[in-house]
Design a protein around this ligand. Structure first.
Ligand SMILES: *Cc1c(COP(=O)(O)O)cnc(C)c1O
Length: 384
């Protein structure tokens, strides 16, 4: 117990203690904390679908029909027809032959990578990939190689030297990066995958619903549905619901149903979650205006800050303002909070040293006027 106390005190003294903050209420673009209303720039509800009336209605109807819990795993009696309907809809949406639903994106990454790869295999992963990808690799027992962020040249060098020493090899990346808002060079990765006889996996957590002709993601936008073997993602971000998925071949799906422990040994997602995820896919198909507005607003916000000389990254709805110094990031976040804007500071070790930032996650709950106001506020503070 003493160790735990020392650990917590140490974290606190360094200003790195993580704590929970309970909100009283939330709706797209807004959050209510300590009795105050804030404009929320830290939510992943990019399209405001968590509050969509048709999706809420679908969930309510499913609760009435199926009750609140699934009460068993998919392989026992937890499997409902609507789980299969969601998987069929996801496969069509992602232009792959099949799809499998996971209880979260985290459990998806953990289980997919660890059940498909093992000792004697290698996984080459972008340095900035999400913790769930890293944890899946660790659990697999395969050898981890990290290539420099979005650097296909570095990946090629690593593959040239090391590919021959391993049996199966996976290349894995996020398609839109959660902390940098930039986009992976998937075409180049797909070429390397062919050249070195590997499989390619893309985590579309932040791309799904936003990019591509039908809102399917970056894999669709680049026309790479066939070359990316494993297209995973989550229903918990732009789709406003919950659960993870993998779109893949029928064989890989069958294999995972047999071998993927995070799929097998966890109760099925309840019907209301599944019903809302199905409806969200429909809405993304039927309401393309949402993603277009979001990307236009993101472009507007980025340009406004860039024109003022600020260091802005990203090519998506995720917009990091790089302030470098951790204390400065905390201070800027605090000052914006005083003005009613909630944008959280992201510091090392989540990002590299000297790369502390404020991360603005834009959603359709923010209109141009709001974005203009917060941009002016930031520019004003930065001028001091
Ligand atoms: C959020 C996220 C996940 C995990 O998805 P959940 O459904 O929230 O567990 C996986 N990968 C990336 C890149 C993410 O941003």
């Amino acid at each position: 117990m003493e160790e735990i106390e020392i650990f917590l005190k140490d974290r606190e003294s360094k200003g790195l203690l993580r704590t929970l903050t309970a909100a009283q209420a939330r709706r797209p673009g807004r959050i209510f904390l300590d009795g105050k209303e804030f404009v929320d720039f830290s939510s992943n509800d990019y399209l405001g679908l968590s509050d969509h009336p048709k999706i809420k209605q679908a969930a309510k109807e499913a609760v009435e029909k199926f009750g609140c819990g699934a009460c068993a795993s998919r392989l026992l009696s937890g499997d409902l027809q609507i789980h299969h309907d969601l998987e069929d809809a996801t496969a069509v949406f992602k232009r792959k032959p099949a799809a499998l639903v996971f209880n979260s994106g985290y459990q998806g990454n953990l289980g997919i990578i660890s059940s498909m790869y093992g000792s004697g295999d290698a996984i080459f992963c972008d340095r900035l990939s999400h913790a769930s990808i890293i944890d899946g690799i660790r659990l697999s027992g395969g050898k981890l190689f990290r290539f420099r962020h979005n650097d296909a040249g570095h990946l090629e060098t690593l593959l040239k030297t090391n590919r021959r020493n391993f049996k199966k090899v996976l290349i894995v990346t996020e398609s839109v990066f959660s902390m940098d808002g930039d986009i992976a060079p998937l075409k180049e990765l797909a070429e390397l995958k062919e050249k070195f006889n590997c499989k390619l996996m893309a985590d579309e957590a932040h791309a799904t619903g936003i990019f591509g002709e039908t809102g399917s993601g970056i894999v669709e936008q680049f026309g790479l549905s066939e070359s990316v073997d494993l297209v995973m993602g989550t229903f918990s971000k732009a789709l406003g619901g919950f659960g993870g998925y993998l779109a893949c071949s029928k064989k890989i799906k069958d294999y995972l149903v047999n071998c993927c422990r995070s799929f097998i040994y966890s109760s099925a997602l309840p019907g209301q979650i599944i019903a809302s995820d199905i409806k969200a896919i429909e809405i993304i198909r039927d309401e393309p205006g949402r993603r277009r507005t979001l990307l236009a607003n993101a472009e507007f916000f980025r340009r406004r800050l860039q024109l003022a000389g600020l260091d802005i990254k990203g090519l998506s709805q995720i917009i990091p303002l790089i302030v470098k110094d951790s204390n400065k990031a905390v201070e800027l976040s605090g000052r914006l909070r005083d003005k009613g804007y909630l944008a959280l500071p992201i510091r090392p070790p989540t990002v590299a040293k000297g790369q502390a930032r404020l991360r603005f996650s834009l959603t359709t709950g923010h209109d141009k006027k709001m974005l203009e106001a917060v941009a002016d506020e930031i520019i004003e503070i930065e001028k001091e």
